[in-house]
Design a protein around this ligand. Structure first.
Ligand code: HEC
Length: 221
């Protein structure tokens, strides 16, 4: 700092302006001097604001956790737990047993749409609404495909993730997708053609108390 003379205000300087020697600081690098000018006001104010902000933000967020709850990840986790609990209650109440296909549709929407499409029309995975199947169209075959996956082709192995019960419900739903043309043309056929009308025809003596049975009886062609 050099006292006893009027500083040149930053705003008054233009590139190439001569700066009197007494306004220069002592240090010099490769012939470049630093003028002893005040920093621009907006810069200083911004700097002060960041300091004030730090004193407000740190206690609120990191020390006393005072932010409204909806801003916090913890609440997302809580919502997920609540959803899981609701689902457990639904399962316990037997709602899923009464409507296994509805439950399967819900699970399909969560776990399968990304690859098979909202209508089963296909995408990364094959079209599930047509007559062509790579791994077979029967309920047992679908359950086996879903349970074991097809690692080499990118179909995940769902058995360890979803368990038999959910997979049965999802497969029951998948079976209802046949011959339900999606709003936009589905993925082109893959695999072998099957006589789906016969395979999906409702069975005559369908028992009514299992997931399999309700899947078969609900499938209308
Ligand atoms: C990451 C993408 C992906 C997800 C998620 C996915 N699949 Fe698949 N799925 C595939 C691929 C790819 C194939 C084809 C495998 C092959 O070519 O052998 C396939 C094949 C299938 C088949 C056999 C189709 C046929 O023609 O034989 C069925 C049934 C099936 N998936 C059901 C499901 C169900 C039900 C879910 C949800 C639980 C699901 N998939 C989730 C990618 C996926």
């Amino acid at each position: 700092m050099s006292d006893g003379h009027k500083k040149i205000e930053h705003e008054e300087l233009l590139p190439g302006d001569f700066i009197p020697e007494q306004d220069l600081l002592d240090h010099e690098y490769d012939g470049i001097h630093e003028a002893d000018n005040p920093l621009p006001k907006w810069w200083v104010n911004l700097f002060l604001i960041t300091i004030v902000f730090a004193f407000v933000y740190t206690p609120i967020v990191h020390m006393f956790d005072l932010l409204p709850k909806r801003f916090l990840n913890r609440d997302i986790a809580q919502a997920a737990m609540a959803a899981e609990q609701r689902e457990a209650e639904l399962i316990a109440s037997g709602a899923y047993d009464q409507d296994p296909i509805g439950a399967g549709k819900k699970y399909f929407g969560t776990f399968c749409v990304t690859c098979h499409g909202a209508y089963g029309e296909g995408g990364i995975g094959p079209n599930l609404t047509d007559n062509y199947w790579i791994h077979g169209p029967s309920e047992d075959q679908i359950i086996a495909t879903v349970t074991n996956g097809v690692a080499a082709k990118g179909m995940p192995q769902w058995g360890p993730i979803l368990g038999d019960r959910k997979i049965k419900m999802i497969s029951a739903y998948v079976m209802t997708l046949w011959n339900q043309p999606p709003p936009t043309p589905g993925k082109k056929a893959e695999g072998e053609p099957y006589d789906m009308a016969t395979i999906r025809a409702p069975k005559e003596e369908a028992p009514t108390d299992s997931v399999t049975a309700s899947a078969d009886t609900t499938v209308k062609i």
